[in-house]
Ligand binder design. Structure first.
Ligand code: C5P
Length: 232
């Protein structure tokens, strides 16, 4: 499994998404489809993008009782995505059920990645809203270990946490990291960022890049720049 750049296609319609993807006449990027686009367009958007030759990370962050997640994952697996995810907070049993559901009759399955704590949750909200009193770093690593024990392939984390996740869960445990910005770029609402080159150095396996590519005047050039820094 190689390093790769995943473009976050945070668009609200198929029309906008295809207008964006039409620009990529050479290399077909790995793309992330999130809740906004999936809920707007339904499963057909996944089939359509797949048909165009893209790998797909379906970012729907499932969290429910184990049986419901297992059956839902079986449906997502049938969509032939390459990577999908869930919340580690759903417990090891839920993650094991998800893996079972995701595994196709021929034994293949998409990569399954866990979200530990969302970056919108900080120590204070975790303590006050969730009544979790441990330090957030410890909680994140504990959830990563749970995901590993349940047989998952990796976690979504900040590029700053990728090294620690590999130390804790092994070099083969995949890290998918958003919060990537070019050294000369605008960081927008992301707080803790790294450049593609820094993310490579620290050992991220996949970087998820949205606006630095999607909002650029020449998205293909920015994508190629990202690949040159992170992959090549
Ligand atoms: O535009 P930008 O590069 O900030 O997009 C990053 C993508 O990664 C978005 O789809 C965002 O929802 C997602 N993400 C994130 N931070 C997380 C988890 C996901 O930015 N902790």
């Amino acid at each position: 499994m190689g390093r790769d750049v995943i473009i976050a296609c945070d668009f609200s319609s198929a029309e906008q998404t295809f207008a964006f993807l039409d620009k990529f006449t050479g290399r077909k990027p790995f793309v992330k489809i999130g809740m906004e686009l999936f809920y707007a367009e339904g499963p057909s958007i996944v089939r359509e993008i797949k048909k165009r030759g893209h790998k797909i990370f379906l970012d729907l962050k499932l969290h429910d009782i184990p049986n419901t997640v297992k059956k839902s994952m079986a449906v997502l697996s049938g969509l032939d995505v390459d990577m999908t995810n869930l919340h580690a907070a759903g417990t090891k049993r839920m993650m094991e059920g998800a893996l079972e559901g995701l595994t196709r009759p021929d034994g293949t399955r998409p990569l399954l990645i866990a979200v530990t704590q969302l970056t919108s949750t900080d120590q204070e909200t975790m303590e006050n809203d969730l009544l979790i009193k441990e330090p957030i770093d410890k909680v994140v690593m504990h959830y990563a270990k749970n995901a590993k024990d349940a047989g998952l392939d990796g976690v979504v984390c900040s590029p700053l946490e990728a090294g620690k996740v590999h130390e804790t869960c092994g070099a083969g445990f995949v890290t998918v990291t958003p919060g990537v910005r070019f050294a000369d770029g605008d960081i927008g609402d992301q707080k803790r960022v790294m450049t593609p080159a820094e993310a490579k150095k620290i050992g991220s396996d996949y970087i998820v890049v949205g606006r630095p590519i999607t909002a650029a005047p020449d998205p293909v050039a920015e994508y190629e720049r990202c690949v040159a820094e992170f992959v090549d």
